[in-house]
Ligand binder design. Structure first.
Ligand code: NAP
Length: 324
């Protein structure tokens, strides 16, 4: 594994050997902040060494990310856009065969970029063409037509609008469906994962099928409507952190990295941004790994999303096929 000039290991994938820094910077913010605050946080993170950025058409952070990249180039923080790894995602309202390429072109315009590094299907459900509401109204739900959508995702890669394509929030069953029809298999599946929701079965499946798993909400998304403090306040993680002179957040991020999984973490606070980068020069020992392995499991983010008033989907089964 190579690494960035700031020492973040890089995962290589795809036939062209694309390099993805295994630690990425999240840009989904709750409660919402001004675009300028997002731009400033991203600029600060580039100064600190983050090179991988995760956005989505739905987050409202594509434009501030694009502006931050332009400014980073103009003040010399980076010499070329190629030094960055940029991911964005297709929203459910654009998850229709004929809308995928135009949606990606719109995202590229927002980002002021000519190409993406990674384009993901955000959720494995569709809604009425062109609707961007959240939560999605019951009457606007539509089943996702994997055949036409994945063909359009592949077209995005063939047109060089993105270097790689992948999915997000896909279960083993839904990945199996995609793999059965894919000419270009998904490079990445981005899902909720942290010590309290370890995704063991999905990890095995992805490893066996050459799909790189990437963890979102690695700290349990504390402070957002979709998250809680159950990772940061976990006694086992706090004890390990104390013994190692680290924080529970660092223990969680390090544990994910040691599972061979990528991490997308969001902090707009300078000290915490630095803290989250400090996970590559130490390791967890066997006993600590065992304690984490034995933590009781429960779905966090996605569980909350389905049951709260913000829930974008009808049932957990819409996404996870009833799997734990
Ligand atoms: P997260 O990264 O687990 O947690 C973010 C929260 O933790 C923020 O409130 C942040 O506050 C706080 N935090 C960050 N570092 C900390 C530290 N060292 N100590 C204590 N608190 C800390 O959750 P997330 O934002 O849900 O996930 C990360 C990214 O994944 C998102 O931003 C988004 O890009 C992506 N994501 C994708 C999906 C999907 O469906 N594909 C879903 C959810 C998220 P401060 O900013 O104040 O530090």
């Amino acid at each position: 594994m190579g690494s960035t000039s700031f020492g973040i290991p890089e995962h290589r994938f795809g036939s062209n050997g694309e390099k993805m820094p295994v630690l990425g910077f999240g840009t989904a913010v709750f409660p919402p902040v001004r675009a300028e605050a997002t731009k400033m946080a991203i600029l600060q993170s580039i100064k600190l060494g983050y090179r991988h950025f995760d956005t989505a058409a739905k987050y409202g952070s594509e434009q501030p990310l694009g502006e931050a990249i332009q400014e980073a180039l103009s003040i010399g923080l980076i010499q070329s856009r190629d030094e960055l790894f940029i991911t964005t995602k297709l929203w459910c309202g654009d998850a229709h065969g004929d809308l995928v390429v135009p949606a990606l072109k719109r995202s590229l315009q927002n980002l002021k970029l000519e190409y993406l590094d990674l384009f993901l299907i955000h959720w494995p459900v569709s809604c009425k063409p062109g609707t961007y509401e959240f939560p999605i109204k019951e009457e606007n739900f539509l089943p996702m037509d994997f055949n036409s959508i994945w063909a359009a995702m592949e077209e995005c890669q063939r047109l060089n609008l993105t270097k790689s394509i992948g999915v997000s929030n896909f279960s083993c069953k839904k990945l199996t469906d995609i793999l059965a029809i894919a000419n270009i298999p998904p490079a990445v599946n981005q899902v909720e994962m942290n010590p309290m929701w370890q995704q063991k079965k999905l990890r095995e499946f992805c490893r066996a099928n050459g799909i790189f798993l990437t963890a979102y909400s690695p700290l349990g998304a504390n402070g957002t409507f979709w998250g809680s403090d159950r990772v940061l306040e976990c006694e086992v993680l706090k004890e390990i952190a104390k013994a190692k002179g680290k924080t529970a957040a660092q223990v969680s991020l390090r544990w994910i990295y040691e599972q061979g999984v990528g991490v997308i973490v969001k902090s707009f606070n300078g000290e915490r941004m630095k803290q989250n980068l400090g996970i590559f020069d130490w390791s967890l020992d066997e006993d600590e790994l065992k304690k984490i392995d034995e933590l009781p499991q429960s779905r966090g983010v996605t569980g909350v999303a389905y049951t709260s008033k913000y829930g974008p989907f009808r049932t957990v089964e819409d996404i996870w096929d009833g799997e734990m």
